[in-house]
Design a protein around this ligand. Structure first.
Ligand SMILES: [Zn+2]
Length: 255
C-alpha cells in the first residue's frame, strides 16, 4: 500500500503478509522543511553548511512522519568507504561508514544523498535490514556488496533492495580515464553524457552489483540533477541532502 506524506517523495509501508516482518521504505524530497536557500527546504544533512537548528527540525519531521522519535533514527558519517557498521541500541554519534545494518525494529536506518545512490535493503523473513551510500567511489570500493554480506552475517538469506533516485547515467560527465576505471570494476558503469562525452552510470553499476549478489531489485525513477524536487551537488553547491530510509517492522501481532 502506498501512502503520500508531506516529507516523502516515495514511501511504501509493507506489512508482513506472507513474511514474518514488514518493512517501511521511504525516500524524502526537498520540500516541507525549515531550511532556507540554498538548503531549502527539507535538508537532512548535518555537515553541508545549513544551520543545526533547521536540520534538527527537519530530522524531527522525518522521524514523526515515520512514527518514530528523532533518537530512533540512525545516521552514518558517510566517507565514500566500503565500511559497514551495526546500528547501535543507544543513540550515539554516527560512526564513519557507508553501510549500516540492523535486526532491530525500533530504529530506522538513514542514508543521505545529493547525487549519490541510496540503497535500501531488507530480508523480511529473517528480519534484517540495511542501507548503503554509493557514489562513484563507494560503488567502486564495493560498499553495496559489503552491506549485503554484513546482512547475511546477521542471518539474512533472501534480500530485496530499493534503489532510490540519484544522478543518472547521462548527467554524470567525467574524464575518460575516470570512466574507464569505473568500468574496470563494473562494465555497465561506462556511459555517455547528454553532450556525448564520457560519463558514469553509478546506479546502473550498483544494480548490477546487487544482481550479482542475487538480490531482488526495485529501482525508483528520477535523476537528482534533473529534478527540482531533489538535491543535486552537480547542479548546485552548496546544497542539502535528501534521504533514503528503511525500517524493519515488528512481526505481526507483536507490540
Ligand atoms: Zn540526469
Amino acid at each position: 500500500m502506498t501512502y503520500r506524506w508531506p516529507v516523502f517523495r516515495w514511501r511504501q509501508r509493507e506489512t508482513g503478509e506472507g513474511y514474518r516482518h514488514g518493512v517501511d521504505w521511504a525516500v524524502t524530497d526537498r520540500w516541507g522543511g525549515a531550511s532556507v536557500e540554498p538548503f531549502g527546504e527539507l535538508n537532512l544533512g548535518g555537515r553541508v553548511g545549513d544551520t543545526a537548528e533547521a536540520v534538527e527540525t527537519n530530522r524531527h519531521r522525518l522521524a514523526r512522519a515515520l512514527g518514530l522519535h528523532l533518537s530512533d533514527l540512525r545516521f552514518m558519517r558517510q566517507v565514500h568507504s566500503a565500511a559497514v557498521s551495526l546500528a547501535s541500541e543507544e543513540e550515539t554519534e554516527p560512526v564513519e561508514c557507508d553501510g549500516i545494518v540492523t535486526d532491530r525494529t525500533d530504529v530506522a536506518l538513514v542514508v543521505l544523498v545529493a547525487d549519490c545512490t541510496p540503497v535500501l535493503l531488507a530480508d523480511r523473513t529473517t528480519g534484517v535490514v540495511g542501507a548503503a551510500h554509493a557514489g562513484r567511489v563507494g560503488m567502486m570500493a564495493g560498499v553495496v556488496p559489503a552491506t549485503v554480506r554484513r546482512m547475511r552475517a546477521l542471518g539474512a538469506e533472501q534480500i530485496e533492495a530499493v534503489v532510490g533516485p540519484s544522478i543518472c547515467a547521462r548527467c554524470y560527465e567525467v574524464p575518460a580515464e575516470m570512466r574507464d576505471e569505473a568500468a574496470d570494476v563494473v562494465p555497465v558503469a561506462a556511459s555517455v553524457s547528454w553532450t556525448g562525452t564520457p560519463a558514469i552510470d553509478v546506479a546502473g553499476a550498483v544494480v548490477e552489483q546487487l544482481h550479482a549478489e542475487e538480490v531482488r531489485v526495485r529501482w525508483l525513477p528520477g535523476c537528482s540533477r534533473e529534478s527540482p524536487d531533489l538535491y543535486s551537488h552537480r547542479r548546485e553547491a552548496p546544497t542539502g541532502r535528501y534521504a533514503g530510509v528503511v525500517r524493519l517492522l515488528p512481526p505481526e501481532g507483536a507490540a
